[in-house]
Design a protein around this ligand. Sequence first.
Ligand code: ADE
Length: 224
Amino acid sequence: MIHIKIDILTLFPHMFDGVFEESILKRAIEEGKVTIRVINFRDYTDDSHGKVDDTPYGGGAGMVLRCQPIFDCVKSLRTEDSKVILLTPSGVPYKQSIAYDLSHEKHIILICGHYEGFDERIKSICDMEISIGDYVLTGGEVPAMVLVDSITRLLPGVITDESYQNDSFQENLLDYPTYTKPRVWNGLEVPSVLLSGNHEEIRKYRQEESLRLTKEKRPDLLDK
Ligand code: ADE
């Protein structure tokens, strides 16, 4: 069975309370498809007062995460199978194709920055830097949750293959619209082709709707 290990390095482990205890992620963990560990890298500091940050060289606002706690923490966890990822707004933009590639890894180490930033030299021990979007969050914790969720649902048997084969962004297209009972709600009708029982017509309709919606809402996806 495919099994992936994800270690999350953070100064705020309680931010993850509950996230992995519901729904699909909970089941994936219970079924042994993924093991998630949340590790406080403050436990690795050599500073007797537990300090993990310091003032920036050259001056400026805020504090900067020091190299030592993160280097030592990563060193204690890393094996030749590990992929070390730093969450940062200056990383590569995250997308479904990256989630898919990462779902084939054996061990992922996610480093969540916080505060003003981290010592640039921390990047030297990372295999990849990822941003989840062009906005700045208080830290890498929410991005780490986004990665864990999007990777876990792609692991074999976590959701049905059919579910994710129809996902938005599969082949750079948005998902087609779906409907359920009743057939008419507040005067709004379900497209008749979906009630026709003609599977070929339904397949064509869905394909056309995917393309139409992508052209309308995300034409940038079609340029790729
Ligand atoms: N840390 C702060 N903002 C972030 C973002 N948009 N993506 C990844 N990590 C971040």
